[in-house]
Design a protein around this ligand. Sequence first.
Ligand code: FES
Length: 142
Amino acid sequence: MEVKEKITGRRRFLKGGLYAVAAAVLAPVVYGFFDFFTYIRRDPRAPAIIEKSHLGAGRYEFVCGGRPAVLFRENGQVAAMSLECTHLGCIVKWSEKNKRYECPCHGGTFNESGEVLSDPPRLPLKRLKVEERDGNYIVGGE
Ligand code: FES
């Protein structure tokens, strides 16, 4: 009787381990499957529509075609640019303290207009097309 309980307990343990291994192997496959279909839905060419009131006097960060971007004022005009670093594509963050965009990956920096301040990036942050229409800003799109 005791031996049978030990065997059952070991079997249960092995079965649990097998399920854990199967879950670990299948999780990336399932994630990739759903990520693929959500990628199709978030058309990278689709423009973002932003209510004018969101911008206010400062900067407004948003997602355009699944990618982070920022809307801001420059020389009295509304402009937008991607927040993907032009070095290897990490997402730059605005530093209020240093008044610049900083890349967490390799330390590249950009000024508030997206111009390179320090290496390794060589190109400025990518500008996005902005149109004003019906009280909104239409950003991006190709
Ligand atoms: S990806 Fe931004 S500095 Fe390398």
